[in-house]
Design a binder for this molecule. Structure first.
Ligand SMILES: Cc1cc2nc3c(=O)[nH]c(=O)nc-3n(C[C@H](O)[C@H](O)[C@H](O)COP(=O)(O)OP(=O)(O)OC[C@H]3O[C@@H](n4cnc5c(N)ncnc54)[C@H](O)[C@@H]3O)c2cc1C
Length: 460
């Protein structure tokens, strides 16, 4: 790294918060993308740990003047290589911007600095018995800023939606170094173009988020978890819209092929309690009163049985519920070492049974299996293309393209929640027309004329 860049960074944040030694920097170079497909990081980087937005503004202003890449670093839990610097870069770690700015219970909102982790936010909210923040991706090490710009989803989207539904305002540093605010504590705002929603999902390419205002919701006290087992994947998928049409909206409906639940339980040294069938649906319900919880749970089991379910169980205690959720949350971690690529396809939810059939057909064609879990009510299926003898299979590109193509033909998307990043950028043209991609490139140019912010991400 050039000496003048290091000197300028030391001037802005102080020697203690500049890391240019490779051994200390290594954990900032990669995210959680599968080892064999993640982009290769350029090690000629420097990590800066600012304490406030004004310092980030100075860093970015300087980088823009010398046209030098800047990559924002959140919790590093991303699954699309977006946080990996692929050319010499200043890595701006947000970890020290981790405080609550304002808890505003009258407006049911909280404003936090963007480097607060999800775990930190949950701790911060725990004394306030009545309110909670619903979005919960599987790794609580994710930071709020990372969740905003990845438009994170997770298991609770059935009832509460994704980050886009709950982020009301952001403070950001633009690629030119200016510090601006988009949105605010408003439920309605129709003035001009909606720049807030350009930032949500922008993967660190349009600005560095320094604060976010999030909507909070009343907490329901009565929580229950059900696991219902089926022999047929299609029957399991087919019952989900019927339950939603009945007016029952669980907090989560997770689809777990039995092999994935067993593998994750084994990895954690736990036992998956539902042994029958080949696939499970896990329902989490949160209700205002106990009677509703029991009525709705009973009705779900009844409808599943009418749709071919072979077994069901209810986890009543908090500890039983936690075990089930831990097993679900650790499926990816349990498989990770053997996964070539974990896809993040979504289709309209009515098309899920057809999608699952298609995924099975394509996997069979390549003489492999692609175990799946998914946020099924959102139409979002993560299926794992596995390594063969520890290597990327020769057919990886072909099988992946066929699966993406099948999803797009059903009106779906290549990525529902994990993001385009650097690993899926090459698939943009499968889903979008040239003209659509050109508009996206022009948006990038309008924000970042010198292309310094997280280059080679989403669009090139
Ligand atoms: C086990 C596991 C389970 C997961 N489950 C889910 C899930 O269920 N649903 C889901 O949606 N995701 C899930 N994820 C993915 C991941 O947690 C999310 O994408 C998360 O939003 C990433 O946040 P981060 O802070 O770790 O971002 P990072 O990985 O650090 O960065 C991601 C991108 O955001 C940019 N960035 C980070 N902070 C900022 C900022 N303040 N301003 C501007 N740009 C910034 C980076 O430059 C990069 O481009 C999971 C990941 C793991 C490892």
């Amino acid at each position: 790294m050039k000496k003048e860049i290091i000197d300028r960074m030391v001037e802005i944040v102080g020697q203690d918060y500049v890391v240019d030694d490779l051994s200390q920097m290594k954990s900032y170079l990669y995210d959680e993308t599968e080892f064999k497909i993640r982009p290769v990081a350029d090690e000629d980087c420097i990590v800066i740990k600012p304490e406030k937005a004004e310092q980030i503004s100075e860093i970015v202003k300087y980088a823009n003047e010398i046209k030098f890449p800047v990559v924002a670093r959140g919790g590093g839990t991303g699954l699309c290589g977006a946080a990996v610097p692929t050319q010499p870069s200043i890595i701006v770690s947000l970890e020290r911007l981790n405080k609550t700015v304002e808890f505003d219970d009258k407006n049911l909102m909280i404003t936090v600095e963007s480097g607060m982790t999800l775990e930190g936010l949950l701790e911060e909210l725990s004394p306030y018995d009545k309110l909670f923040f619903p979005v919960h991706p599987g790794d609580e090490g994710a930071q709020i800023g990372g969740m905003v710009v990845e438009n994170a989803g997770g298991v609770r989207a059935v009832k509460h939606g994704i980050m886009r539904n709950h982020v009301k305002g952001v403070e950001i540093v633009l690629p030119t170094g200016e510090l601006v605010n988009f949105g605010g504590k408003l439920i309605k705002n129709n003035m001009g173009y909606d720049l807030l929603h350009m930032i949500i999902g922008s993967e660190g390419t349009l600005g560095i988020v320094t604060k976010a205002t999030l909507k909070l919701y009343p907490k329901n006290k009565h929580i229950g978890t059900l696991v219902v087992s089926f022999d047929s994947k299609e029957e399991a998928a087919d019952v989900v819209p019927k339950i939603l049409q009945e007016g029952i909206t669980p907090l989560a409906i997770e689809y777990m092929e039995k092999v994935t639940s067993l593998e994750s339980a084994k990895h954690l040294g736990l036992t998956w309690p539902a042994q029958k069938g080949t696939v499970d649906l896990m329902f989490i319900l949160d209700e205002t009163c106990e009677d509703d919880l029991y009525d709705k749970s009973g009705r779900i089991v009844e409808m599943c049985e009418e749709n071919g379910a072979v077994d069901s169980l209810i986890a009543e205690t908090t500890s039983e519920q936690k075990t089930l959720l831990d097993i679900r949350s650790n499926v990816y971690t349990a498989y990770k070492e053997n996964i070539a690529d974990a896809l993040d396809i979504a289709v309209p939810s009515s098309k899920v049974p057809e999608m699952i059939n298609e995924l099975n057909r394509i996997a069979k064609k390549y003489n492999t299996t692609a175990p799946s879990v998914g946020h099924i009510a959102d139409g979002n299926v993560h299926n794992f293309i596995m390594l063969e003898d520890g290597k990327l299979p020769d057919y990886l590109e072909d099988i992946r393209n066929e699966m993406y193509d099948a999803a797009i033909k059903l009106g779906g998307t290549v990525t529902a929640e994990h993001g385009t990043g650097k690993t899926r950028m090459k698939h943009m043209s499968m889903q979008y027309t040239e003209r659509e991609i050109e508009i996206m490139k022009n948006i990038k140019k309008a924000f970042d004329p010198n292309n310094i912010l997280n280059p080679h991400t989403i669009v090139d």
